[in-house]
Design a protein around this ligand. Structure first.
Ligand code: UT7
Length: 329
């Protein structure tokens, strides 16, 4: 039975970006060679993205997750063997199965038989994973969770489609959530509406050894934009109400980093000053499930997010899915 004074707290964060940093100019030059026209000006004006990182051919999602997890474990100063739950949010797993979380558990040398599984909620994946880990910890079945968002979206980008290939990047972020009698995750709200599945999807599957359908990401950008702006405000308000807080209590807003225009519009609607929003989209691009934990780690390590402060995370993505959590750091 859940204990009312049992919470999950963030005790460490970590992140990792693959070394290959590709600026808009670099990308525009690469794309021009294959007859695809884009420009730094267009990408910056429409999205706020200046650069993204791409994984090397031999860097899998579990490898990126491993590096981010090591940093989080080091920051939390815990024995990896004490991690009894691993959740990896990803839409670009190494394999159909086993899960990236199981591969990560093995790479970390964790031999305690704790639970490990992936969550597939695309760009909302980290919000889903935090809510899930928090719920398992508060329910008493797990004590120490490694919660990761990790992606190699470059593998599912069609570099002939300029409407999508300039938007995404690769990376990983991780947090350690541990059982505590002090409040940490204060509330979560999760939602989905599968009737919008077609506006953001990679509609392929493996059948009898061949890929059926498309293995590339497809997006109706404007439809996603409109829906994202609508649901992000609603879910943030819901999470704040559940935590019995108002937007003025929020020290840091960490939205999914897809487009600066969506992020600023959400902050304005919530009346959160723009200087209290953590923005990494310019340097990371859209790293899907990795974007929130990457931004979280950046702001912890540069000293912006301090102990005791309230952080509102919120994500939106394919499915359609959306979710938010209020966290006392
Ligand atoms: O992570 C999951 C959530 N995803 C998102 O939140 C993404 C949401 N959507 C968006 O961020 C925006 O819709 C985009 C950034 C994808 C697109 O911005 P937009 O302002 O909606 O542009 P648009 O699609 O209306 O395209 C405007 C023009 C078009 O040309 P015409 O038809 O007006 O002549 C496009 O062909 O921009 C053109 N265009 C480009 N031009 C240069 C589209 N992509 C490019 C490009 N470079 N890369």
């Amino acid at each position: 039975m859940a204990q009312s004074n049992l919470y999950s707290r963030v005790i460490g964060t970590g992140s990792y970006l693959p070394p290959d940093r590709v600026t808009n100019q670099d990308l525009a030059e690469r794309l021009a060679k294959q007859g695809v026209e884009t420009s730094d000006e267009w990408i910056v004006a429409r999205t706020g993205i200046h650069a993204r990182h791409f994984a090397a051919p031999d860097q899998t999602t579990s490898e990126l997750a491993l590096q981010a997890s090591r940093h989080a474990i080091e920051a939390a100063d815990i024995d990896p063997q004490s991690i009894d739950l691993i959740i990896v949010a990803t839409s670009t797993p190494d394999f159909v199965f086993p899960s990236t979380a199981c591969l990560l558990q093995n790479k970390l040398g964790i031999k305690n038989g704790g639970a490990a599984f992936d969550i597939q909620a695309v760009c909302s994946g980290f919000a889903y994973a935090v809510a899930m880990a928090d719920s398992l910890i508060r329910g008493g079945s797990n004590r120490t969770a490694l919660v990761v968002g990790a992606e190699t979206f470059s593998r599912i980008l069609d570099f002939n489609d300029r409407t999508t290939c300039v938007l995404f990047g690769d990376g990983a972020g991780a947090v350690i959530l541990q059982a505590s009698d002090e409040p940490g995750v204060l509330s979560s709200a999760l939602h989905a509406d599968g009737s919008h599945a077609n506006i953001l999807c990679t509609p392929g599957n493996v059948n009898k050894g061949v890929i059926e359908g498309s293995a590339f990401l497809h997006m109706d950008g404007q439809a996603v934009f409109k829906l994202a702006v609508k649901v992000l405000e609603k879910v943030a308000v819901e999470a704040l109400e559940k935590a019995q807080l108002s937007a003025s209590d929020i020290d840091w807003l960490i939205p999914h980093q897809a487009n600066i225009r969506i992020m600023e519009s959400t902050a304005r609607k919530l009346h959160v000053p723009l200087e209290r929003m953590v923005v990494t989209v310019g340097e990371h691009g859209n790293t899907s499930a990795a974007s929130i934990p990457l931004a979280f780690d950046v702001a912890v390590r540069d000293g912006r997010i301090k102990r005791g402060q309230h952080v509102l995370i919120e994500g939106v993505g394919g499915g359609f899915t959306w979710g938010a959590s209020v966290i006392r750091y």
